[in-house]
Design a protein around this ligand. Sequence first.
Ligand code: FMN
Length: 182
Amino acid sequence: MTILHIDSSITGDNSVSRIVSQAIIDRLSAAQPGVGVVRRDLASEPLPHLTLDALADTSVLDQFLAADTVVIGAPMYNFTLPSQLKAWIDRVLVAGKTFRYTAEGPEGLASGKRVIIALARGGFYSENPAVALEHLETYLRSVFGFIGITPEFVTADGLSIGPEQRQVAIDQALGQTQHLAA
Ligand SMILES: Cc1cc2nc3c(=O)[nH]c(=O)nc-3n(C[C@H](O)[C@H](O)[C@H](O)COP(=O)(O)O)c2cc1C
């Protein structure tokens, strides 16, 4: 059993998505002693923008394919994901590897893998008019759905509202990790 742990926040120790993604890792590791955790920090070791030449390097894809579970810390930047995380996704969605086109339409090839995403957002996006601005959770749900995976989300919202709401959101997200199945 291998878990791939990915973070993409640029805010280091102040990062809520990092706190929550680590809590998810701790919980999964405690439930399954001996589990191997592979770390990829997209902020400290960023992947370059995708190029044609970079497509020939399958090391990021291979690392994803080798993992049974993938835990991702995903902060909201400008209503969507950090470009660091987009560069990783650009290497994971590969025709013929994680999806394929058939006569009946696209087919995901990565089903069977578990993906858990720690979302951290400064605002709230569940009620209008903000709903239309949410391109982080919706995007990640679409991307992983396209390759055959239904991601699970642990969310911390309203983090920029103020210190009290920030602490409430962190506590709630850490509480949500308790309900993740082993
Ligand atoms: C560059 C930048 C852009 C941001 N853009 C948004 C945004 O569009 N909407 C939002 O709700 N919060 C936004 N925020 C707030 C972050 O989502 C919030 O601080 C969250 O805690 C980030 O995750 P982290 O704590 O793991 O870094 C932004 C923060 C930064 C640093």
